[in-house]
Design a protein around this ligand. Structure first.
Ligand code: SAM
Length: 218
């Protein structure tokens, strides 16, 4: 038997996420249970009438995009990634789950140009500071660095997102961004600077750790 530290999901090719199975490979982050907290929040928001347009930034396996499209039958989801191989995985999952007609997977840095008026932006961008990204044989070391390495302070990609986000949302939109305790204060400060009028809160996961920033725009 060969022992590597590779995530089990890369060996089996599958990972469960929010009641569904997702095909995964070494080009995508293995979906994490912590991300389901953002999904719960997103679904509650999207169940209100007239909320349809969703942007999933950094879609990876498509776990977030496909889950929202599966749970909200009239949701229209744009899902971006800078990784073409990841987009193939996401599109495959959307087809398998029967939501491909309402999901658009696009090779884009943060978001496609010229689009806006999203009701919901949901993002799980890389947020580990470069110096802290675990290396093999740690299982995270097997995941693509584009999915884990958030630059010097872990906030490089979120800085890009928050520079654009005010122009991407309509009034009354929701923005959800996953991170971890070491980067949460920095992410919160960026969120407040980008949306000075919004109601902004930090939410914890079941382990009691700060897990995501929630921006409710006015
Ligand atoms: C932490 S993974 C999250 C994957 C998936 N959303 C999930 O929750 O399982 C981050 C993803 O963001 C993508 N990414 C990194 N920088 C990006 C950028 N500037 N614009 C769009 N996607 C980006 C990576 O390729 C990777 O697929």
């Amino acid at each position: 038997m060969t022992v590597t530290g590779a995530p089990q999901a890369y060996v089996t090719g599958w990972k469960g996420f929010y009641r569904r199975e997702f095909a995964v490979n070494e080009h995508v982050l293995v979906p994490r249970p912590e991300t389901e907290h953002l999904i719960e929040d997103a679904l509650e928001f999207m169940r209100e009438p007239k909320r349809r347009r969703v942007l999933d930034v950094g879609t990876g396996s498509g776990a977030i995009a496909c889950t929202i499209a599966s749970e909200i039958s009239d949701a229209i989801v744009t899902a971006s990634d800078v990784s073409l191989p990841a987009l193939f995985v996401a599109a495959h999952n959307a087809t398998r789950l029967g939501v491909a007609e309402r999901c658009t997977f696009t090779l884009a840095d943060i978001a496609p140009e010229g689009e806006g008026s999203y009701d919901l932006i949901i993002a799980n961008l890389p947020y580990i500071p470069s110096a802290d990204v675990p290396q093999k044989p740690d299982p995270v070391g097997f995941e693509p660095s584009v999915a884990t390495d958030g630059g010097a302070d872990g906030l490089e990609e979120y800085r890009k997102l928050l520079a654009r986000a005010p122009g991407l949302v309509r009034a009354g939109a929701l923005v959800l961004m996953e991170a971890a305790p070491p980067t949460m204060a920095g992410l919160l400060a960026l969120a407040r600077a980008a949306f000075p009028e919004a109601a902004i809160t930090v939410h914890r996961d079941y382990a009691g750790l700060e897990r995501y920033v929630r921006i409710a725009t006015r």
